[in-house]
Design a protein. Sequence first.
Length: 188
Amino acid sequence: MANTSEIRNGLCLDFNNDIYSVVEFLHVKPGKGPAFVRTKLKSLTNGKVIDHTFPAGHKIQVVRVERRQYQYLYKDDMGYHFMNMESYEQIRLDESILDNPQFLVEGMEIDILFHAQKEIPLTTSMPQHVVLEVTYTEPGERGNTATNVTKPATVESGAEVKVPIFINEGDKIKIDTQTGSYLERVKE
């Protein structure tokens, strides 16, 4: 058991029969009344974010988690298959545990967060940006760049992304995996 003075960003705790990660926190000591800790907690099982205020000195149950690097292998009707980069053991994950699986391509490395005592996967984190090749898009028109005109493009992972009109098939583009938005064209 720990208390609220040990709360920090990224700390995982058992709260309301669920496992939450601290997204942000603020220790508040008002001039009148007792101190408290205002937190924003993200559920690792369903992704919901809640606000909760803990009184100062309140006991919290800290959950020990381990971050392990895995390589994406393939997807089939059973789920998504990954290989541990150290032990080469393979695991299968459901789509519900993955964040933005539409940007996964074979060979991509991601981090999987495991509950240390129960050895169950809690959540995944993809790289902040991925570089993918455009496999299909409509041809762009020259000179039509005065405004931020976008068009849909399909990338090699099968995801559809809005890209500027000058992007063509075969171009490599950088995509933000959190928002799914186009960032820039990558020259090789």
